[in-house]
Design a protein around this ligand. Sequence first.
Ligand SMILES: [Zn+2]
Ligand SMILES: [Zn+2]
Length: 139
Amino acid sequence: MGSDNREATPQAPVPSCPDCQAALEATGRDAVSFLLVDSLTLPVVGCEVHLEQFRLVCGLTSENPARLLSHRPAGGIICPGCRRASRQPTHPIVRIGQGAVALIGCQSHEKDVIDRYRAGRETRGQLNVDGPLSESPLD
Ligand SMILES: [Zn+2]
Ligand SMILES: [Zn+2]
């Protein structure tokens, strides 16, 4: 509820992780993985490391552990909107540490997954599982 929808849309963030950058630029079918969390199946794009982090955070608030598939899941993607989404030019990109993960689904499922990610981050913040994400790598 509530009509507080004025949250600023983040400017397309440029990840400093080169592998995420490469994955985001090559948003072809080959680069797509599939995040399975509860009843959601959402195509996602990012490097292995940051997709794994994303999966872990999303899984913190799910009933079953979130899973990541590098191939189309058996039975395919249930939602027709998500199935068509890879042809749309713009998708939300979630910053995660030094990297970024693009969500390639329909708007409502993209939002579901973003909500879940946020909830997971809060949960992790309370548990203080792995400290701040602000450490900078050596150049
Ligand atoms: Zn990355
Ligand atoms: Zn969908």
